[in-house]
Design a protein around this ligand. Structure first.
Ligand code: GLU
Ligand code: ZN
Length: 488
């Protein structure tokens, strides 16, 4: 027997920007496909036109590309199983819904929304099961003809078996069984000609030869309905694996905007590395052993397995993501980090090239949690320090005039140095601090604010050397002037 080709898919509804909650199952599917040399398919479930958002698919494509999750079939790339937009597949759903009607597995229902509403109200009052009462399941041919003559467009409903049970196996949740009598005769095709999710998903997963369905466990309750549809068609079932949702950091409720950024574009725009994001998303609720945190993409493809997924929901931790991101930033080569920083610095209005940044990389690489923090560290290399509060220039436990004197002396020493190398500056300023009876930190603090406008900045001797003597002296002059305006 030849083994079935592994074909997995994600089936996003284009209603908004791509969310980490969807990115995680997307990653799992991608890893699974790559691990088995199979296909990763993107199918756009866009039959709900009221919630359609034109930016969603381009955002999805950008996000997947950014994460490095290339897809073999779907938007932009096409494929042999298209179309990959459900809105372009309406005829197929019609065809298959009609097939079930003609084979006796489904029927037309003419009930008006008013009748269904009244029915629901009555059921609520009597506290009986809420659901469709199967009124149209047994209509005679004459009754059908009468409704058709009235011009009512029917929906198509599945004839759910009235007795027995429906069971299926989920790789993570095990065997799940429901009593058929608890299931409604669900709608397959709506009167506007659009399929319901249930019909479309089954038809598409079948026609696209999807072998494994891996998705968020919010879809688990729908599976028995899908099984009944598969059975009605006589189609082979795919393998199901439902993965738990990502919870909010505090462990209660779904991760949502209120906790921080939740869209993949947010993380991209805030200076997270796709490598870190992928590693983090894989590790939320999946483990290989109980200690390994860092998995690069190849390691994930090698080691990822459905059985390592924990079915208790996992919390999203911004802190863990940040530390993972910092780790991946530290691993980058100087050229690579410099070129990744360019767009973030330009966005802050700094006119930089990556070659300008290479010498600065050693000053900040260990300090960055995200790429977007870089501007806050090194902007003053590319423009004059923003106006800062002159009182920041006053050194710790120093007066304004003592700080001014110290700056004046520093100016003279630095102006007289034979060169502007790090070691030369280092010994000159240490010696000066000594002579002035100051702690090194006191003197450096004053100089730091004068040249950078900040109290926290990259290592000072390196900073001075890279800034160059001329700029350093001019900024120290500015500091002296600012201090002169202060009284002790
Ligand atoms: N369109 C559904 C969604 O937006 C797809 C669910 C599934 O994967 O079957 O998540
Ligand atoms: Zn009906």
């Amino acid at each position: 027997m030849t083994e079935k080709r592994v074909r997995v898919r994600i089936a996003p509804s284009p209603t908004g920007y791509f969310h980490v909650g969807s990115a995680r199952p997307a990653l799992f599917n991608w890893l699974f496909a790559r691990q088995h040399g199979g296909d990763f398919v993107v199918r756009v479930e866009d039959t709900d036109r009221t919630r359609y958002n034109a930016e969603a698919v381009p955002d999805l494509a950008d996000s997947l590309r950014w994460l490095g999750l290339d897809w073999d079939e779907g938007p932009e790339v096409g494929g042999d199983f298209g179309p990959y937009y459900q809105s372009e597949r309406l005829e197929l759903y019609h065809h298959y819904a009609e097939k079930l009607v003609s084979e006796g597995h489904a029927y037309r229902c003419y009930c008006s929304p008013q009748r269904l509403a009244a029915l629901r109200e009555q059921q609520m009052e009597q506290k009986t099961d809420v659901g469709y009462d199967r009124h149209c399941r047994h209509l005679t041919a004459a009754q059908h003809a009468k409704y058709q003559a009235e011009g009512i467009t029917p929906v198509i409903r599945l004839k759910v078996p009235l007795e027995g049970q429906t069971s299926f196996h989920d790789v993570l949740y095990g065997t799940i069984t429901v009593e058929n009598k608890t299931l409604d005769d669900l709608i397959l095709l709506k009167s506007d000609g659009f399929p319901t999710y249930h019909l479309a998903v089954v038809v598409d997963d079948h026609l696209m030869e999807i072998s494994h369905i891996m998705r968020g466990d919010e879809w688990l309750p729908s599976v028995p309905k899908h099984i009944l549809i598969y059975n009605a068609f006589g189609w082979e079932l795919p393998i199901f694996a439902h993965v738990p949702l990502i919870l909010a950091p505090e462990g209660k409720g779904k991760l949502s905007k209120r906790h921080g950024g939740v869209e993949i574009r947010y993380f991209r725009d805030h200076g997270y590395l796709p490598e870190a994001m992928v590693n983090y998303l894989a590790r939320v609720g999946w483990s290989y052993d109980d200690k390994t945190e860092i998995f690069d993409r190849d390691a994930l493809v090698r080691y990822f397995g459905l059985f390592g997924i924990n079915i208790s929901p996992a919390r999203f931790s911004y802190k863990r993501l940040d530390s993972m991101n910092a780790y991946y930033i530290r691993q980058l080569g100087a050229d690579d980090l410099a070129s990744r920083l360019v767009p973030f610095l330009r966005q802050e209005g700094l006119d930089v090239e990556s070659t300008d940044l290479i010498p600065l990389v050693p000053l900040i690489q260990e300090r960055l949690k995200t790429l977007s923090e870089a501007a806050g560290w090194i902007d003053f290399f590319f423009r004059e320090p923003a106006d800062y509060d002159a009182t920041l220039l006053v050194g710790k436990k120093m007066t304004a005039s003592a700080s001014r004197d110290a700056l004046q002396q520093a100016h003279e020493r630095l102006a007289a140095l034979p060169d502007f190398e790090v070691e030369t500056i280092d010994s000159a300023l240490r010696a000066l601090a000594d002579e002035l009876g100051l702690k090194v930190g006191q003197l450096l603090g004053v100089v730091r604010v004068a040249v950078s406008g900040k109290t926290v900045a990259p290592p000072l001797f390196e900073t001075l050397s890279i800034l160059g003597r001329e700029r350093v002296l001019t900024r120290i002059d500015r500091g002296i002037d600012a201090l002169s305006a202060l009284t002790d």
